[in-house]
Design a protein around this ligand. Structure first.
Ligand SMILES: [Zn+2]
Length: 534
């Protein structure tokens, strides 16, 4: 029998990680992603693996996104010494993303430690450091697409194009030998049909078991053509007003798609040369990797290259890797397009550009990615009259364009179409989705194709036999504290904090002045309150 434990990306969209064990007890791992989205979820990153990393000889990595790759440095730190099998572009992208993630982990720990010090709590250590991220890179072992590789006696694998981001793969896994062998397919994240730059997902016809992502399992995307129109409208609006267009964007894939569309506009003569700044060191490095990996482009991108163009370039495009160059953007006046991270306006250089432009009538902010609850980006999308940036209230006078058609994920129709190619009636496990999305997709799969679709829970163990499956619950149900208890705990903590703050403000020491320390404490209380929102 073959055992699969769903250690992440089950019941949620982050932390993707599946442990596969063959009848001889050999273990391989599929993805090793970071849990993201709120403190309770992030706590899982520090939890027990549920297996000994030393025993795992192979990790298959479907793609470079942090929710699929972000715990690799921790896995290595905890003893993993095997091979990380992945496509060559994924290995290249991982290099820049994991180093960046190490840096973020260090900054987070530093900030938490500073907060804790004020409350006489202990120091927080980063999940891993930049140096540990660097160390983990030597285990990356790129393999070509479409070739079958034997990784253990009785375990074979093949990577297929998933069409999600550059280098993203579907994994085909054969476990067991002879009549006992079964084929398991992990979809990874699937791209939508006709996505820019990358080819459409590879069609697969047979599997005994299919692990299918369901990020957009209950949604239909907006039309992409309409989204391009809206982007052009934003540019024309701000150019006519002599102001800037600010685009917060994720560094990998989204940024390159924006550059691709802008250069297409330019070639078609839809706008005249204006300064365009790619103001993100990570996005600049990612774009260089996209430029190098031409053989992974789809036909349209290839055709642009064949005509002698670079699909990510146009006159007026400037890369601004240094802080000095970044600051200079805001010293200049006149129309320009600025693409910067972070994608949800919570950190990074985008905050400076928003501070300088959000209050300007005639400027525009173009939102092209998902904005999670509580983020500055979400507030802007929801029509806030002002938002707080670096402790200052900034009025929102710029025009806000929310463009929904840029997505690197298959929507419900794309997912169902991809499933329709299977001729072998696989048993389906619906993973990597919020519960409503997974449920909606599972229902459609059952109704349309008459396939059995099950939604595994976090830590659920699946026993697979040729065409037979047993489901075991998690060994010990590890419950997150319920929302009510978590909220009450936080409130009790905060009452204490408020009391201290009240005393400080009233004390004679301050002589009527409110200092940095008091503002910090207030900011802390606000953040804690926000973190309790489910
Ligand atoms: Zn992804």
């Amino acid at each position: 029998m073959i055992r699969i434990v769903c250690l992440g990306g089950a019941g949620s969209v982050t932390g993707s990680c599946y442990l596969v064990e063959n009848p001889q007890g050999k273990k391989v791992l599929v993805d090793c992603g970071l849990f993201q989205g709120g403190r309770q979820m992030e706590e899982r990153n520090r939890g027990d693996w549920g297996f000994d990393p030393k025993e795992v000889r192979t990790l298959f990595l479907t793609h470079a996104h942090i929710d699929h790759s972000g715990r690799i440095p921790k896995l290595v730190k905890d003893g993993f010494e095997g091979k990380i099998m992945t496509s060559p572009p994924t290995a290249e992208l991982c290099e820049i993303m994991l180093l960046d993630s190490g840096h973020v982990q260090e900054m987070d720990a530093e900030w938490q430690t500073r907060k804790n010090r004020r409350r006489a709590k202990k120091e927080v250590y980063p999940l891993y450091t930049t140096e540990e991220a660097m160390e983990s890179l030597r285990f990356l072992s790129p393999v070509g697409r479409d070739q079958i590789v034997t990784v253990e006696p009785g375990i074979k694998a093949r990577l297929r194009n998933a069409g999600h981001i550059l280098g993203s793969s579907i994994l085909e896994l054969w476990v067991g030998e002879g009549n006992e062998a079964i084929k398991i397919v992990f979809s990874g994240d699937l791209g939508k049909n006709h996505q820019l730059i990358v080819r459409d997902p590879h069609e697969i016809f047979d599997a005994d078991y299919l692990f299918l992502e369901s990020t957009y399992g209950n949604r239909r995307h907006h039309s992409f053509e309409q989204s391009k129109e809206e982007l052009l409208e934003a540019i024309r609006y701000s150019v006519s007003q002599g102001e800037k267009v600010i685009i917060p964007a994720f560094a990998v894939e989204r940024t390159q798609e924006i550059l691709y569309v802008l250069s297409e506009f330019y070639r078609k003569g839809l706008f005249k040369e204006i300064p365009i700044y790619l103001d993100s060191p990570l996005a600049i490095k990612a774009t260089e990797i996209f430029r190098k990996n031409k053989k992974y482009y789809d036909q349209e991108a290839q055709a642009i290259v064949d005509k002698g163009h670079d699909p990510f370039d146009m006159p007026g495009l400037h890369f601004t890797p240094t802080t000095r160059e970044s600051m200079a953007i805001n010293e200049g006046t006149g129309p320009a397009i600025v693409i910067a991270g972070s994608g949800m306006c919570t950190a990074g250089r985008i905050k400076h550009h928003l501070k300088h432009n959000l209050w300007r009538k005639g400027a525009s902010v173009v939102i092209v990615g998902f904005q999670a609850k509580g983020t500055t980006g979400r507030k802007i999308v929801d029509g806030a009259k002002e938002v707080k940036i670096f402790r200052e209230n900034v009025a929102v006078r710029a025009k806000v364009f929310t463009i929904g058609g840029f997505s690197a994920h298959a929507d419900q129709e794309d997912l169902l179409e991809w499933v329709s190619h299977f001729e072998s009636n696989p048993r389906v496990f619906v993973i990597h989705g919020e519960p409503e999305a997974s449920k909606a997709l599972a229902k459609e799969i059952q109704e349309r194709f008459n396939l059995i679709a099950h939604i595994p829970k976090w830590k659920e163990r699946l026993i697979l036999r040729p065409r037979e499956v047993t489901i075991e619950g998690p060994e010990e149900m590890e419950q997150l504290p319920d929302v009510k208890t978590a909220m009450l705990n936080t409130i009790v903590d905060l009452e204490r904090e408020l009391e201290i703050l009240k005393r400080r403000i009233k004390s004679d020491e301050l002589e009527g002045k409110i200092g940095e320390e008091e503002m910090d404490r207030l900011e802390y209380i606000k953040e804690e309150l926000q973190a309790t929102l489910p």
